[in-house]
Design a protein around this ligand. Structure first.
Ligand SMILES: [Zn+2]
Length: 242
């Protein structure tokens, strides 16, 4: 089956309905997952897009729009930055986002967050930001941030929809249900604020990669949204900040 037809069939059998979100009260927290050069700037590394990619471009623009809206309101923002000790691999991936290469820094459009008082930057060395936020004494930077800011609803954007975004959101749902977050009620994922990468099966096999490296972009993006929604996350199709 041709990939577009397959993707349409999966969308039909595993439907995901999104909502129109209007953020008009405090209690919201924005989590930006890994919108760093190594994942989202063309040609910036082994896991960066090799050419301009519309889904990635849209994610960066929409994340910047929301972050500016949150900053204007004085609402809290937490940004994860995938960052690895040089030479220390993160299987199954090739070297990426090693400290000092620039790949581990926010993309140019989001660089302003470094100086934004509303933003908390959290570096992590594994896929799952919730795990990466655990410190040496067992404290968790995400849980502490959510509780200190009395966050009631989380809005999540970033890359990759089906990898770092999904692992974080699924774990955060468990953390909420386990009572680790004091006030968190809902976790929203913004469709157009997320992106994943494109590695068609034919390309993966021509590169000699394992079969699980096959990763068609639209299909895996949808599957990520589906699994998050099926576990209790809410999906947003549009987000406006009043
Ligand atoms: Zn990594």
């Amino acid at each position: 089956m041709e990939i577009r037809a397959l993707t349409d069939a999966v969308r039909s059998e595993l439907p995901v309905s999104g909502e129109e979100l209007n953020l008009d009260a405090k209690g919201w927290g924005l989590v930006i997952v890994d919108i760093v050069n190594g994942f989202a700037t063309v040609g910036a590394g082994n896991l960066a897009p090799p050419a301009e990619n519309p889904q990635v471009t849209q994610m960066v623009a929409e994340s910047d729009r929301l972050a500016r809206g949150f900053a204007d309101q004085g609402w809290p923002i937490l940004a994860f930055l995938d960052t690895h000790e040089p030479g220390k691999l993160e299987p199954p991936y090739p070297p990426h986002c090693e400290a000092g290469t620039g790949e581990e820094e926010l993309v140019p459009a989001l660089k302003w967050l470094e100086a934004a008082p509303q933003a908390t930057l959290v570096r992590k060395d594994c896929i799952n930001g919730f795990v990466g936020a655990i410190g040496a004494s067992g404290e968790n930077a995400v849980v502490d941030w959510a509780n200190a800011n009395e966050i009631e609803n989380l809005l999540v954007v970033g890359i990759c929809t089906d990898i770092c975004v999904m692992d974080f959101v699924l774990t955060m749902l468990s953390a909420r249900n386990h009572g680790l977050t004091q006030r968190c009620e809902e976790i929203y994922v913004y469709d157009d604020g997320c992106a994943t990468y494109d590695l068609p099966k034919t390309v993966a096999s021509s590169l000699g990669l394992p079969e699980t490296a096959s990763h068609p972009q639209d299909l895996t993006h949808h599957m990520g949204l589906y699994f998050m929604a099926a576990r209790g996350a809410r999906i947003a199709n549009t987000v406006e900040i009043a």
